[in-house]
Design a protein around this ligand. Structure first.
Ligand code: NI
Length: 167
């Protein structure tokens, strides 16, 4: 089922999510809905809080349009190692019509559970590394605009307010 994506400044997006204690049918349904919602919105990632569920679940698919979809489901993800720097443009399904460059690590190692409860380790770089950092941030109530300098964040607030008013 496609769920409604919450948008800034919804307070749920600022909440810290709790770990998933057990992978049951409810979590499987949540993941199915998250993937469906992400693909419908043509996003490369989605975190559970974005559909109003404050639990530590993310889905990511960074495959290109002409490639086979490659869905990553990561439950209770943790970044165990990070290195290098990148500064690439990001957007977010919860902040429509806004993009900005964000400082991230170029390479991250992420551990988390898949839907079968198996612990997987991802060695991610480039867009996938950025997606992991962006989505895991969501689980801690952090949006990509929170990484902007104070001046840029103020510009974002003004611009976003205008965009919202113009519809
Ligand atoms: Ni996002």
């Amino acid at each position: 089922m496609i769920r409604t994506i919450l948008t800034y400044p919804d307070p749920v997006l600022k909440k810290k999510s709790t770990p998933v204690p057990v992978i049951n049918d409810k979590i499987r349904e949540l993941v199915r809905d998250m993937a469906e919602t992400m693909y419908d919105a043509q996003g490369v990632g989605l975190a559970a809080p974005q559909i109003g569920v404050s639990q530590r679940v993310i889905v990511i698919d960074v495959s290109q349009k002409d490639e086979k979809p490659e869905l990553i489901v990561c439950i209770n993800p943790v970044i165990v190692h990070s290195e290098g720097e990148s500064f690439e443009e990001e957007g977010c399904l919860s902040i429509p019509k806004y993009a900005a460059n964000v400082h991230r690590h170029e390479h991250v190692v992420v551990k988390g559970l898949n839907l079968d409860g198996a612990e997987l380790t991802y060695h991610a770089e480039g867009l996938l590394a950025i997606a992991f950092q962006h989505e895991i941030d969501h689980l801690d109530g952090i949006l990509f605009v929170d990484h902007l300098s104070p001046l840029k964040r103020e510009m974002f607030r003004k611009k976003y307010r205008r965009a919202v008013e113009e519809g």
